[in-house]
Ligand binder design. Structure first.
Ligand SMILES: O=C(O)C[C@H]1C=CC(=O)O1
Length: 94
């Protein structure tokens, strides 16, 4: 199942610099592990914003929730999830 996800990051401006750097490093490692596993096939920065558009490929909405809730930045994110269905006009390869 494919899900389009928008994540907006809201780190407090007064967050300790070492805590901030650690959070971002752990977020990068976590997201790259999921990308390599194939369940986070698209990750795009939204130009001009501290936000991303992502596509997740997972077995269920519960699995998606668990992956998102495990993000080190999760306490600082606003997340909007959109379920993607197959479009009837899509050309199927083969
Ligand atoms: O920077 C972000 O958009 C938030 C988050 C998503 C992946 C990652 O490494 O950080």
């Amino acid at each position: 199942m494919l899900f389009h996800v928008r994540m907006d990051v809201h780190l407090p401006p007064d967050l300790d610099e070492a805590v901030r750097a650690d959070l971002i490093a752990r977020e990068k490692a976590y997201s790259q592990r999921l990308q390599r596993a194939g369940c986070w096939p698209h990750l795009w920065r939204i130009a001009g914003e501290y936000a991303n558009y992502s596509v997740f490929d997972v077995g269920s909405i519960d699995e998606l929730h668990d992956l998102l809730a495990g993000l080190p930045l999760f306490p600082y994110l606003t997340v909007k999830v959109t379920a993607l269905a197959t479009h009837p006009s899509k050309v199927v390869a083969g």
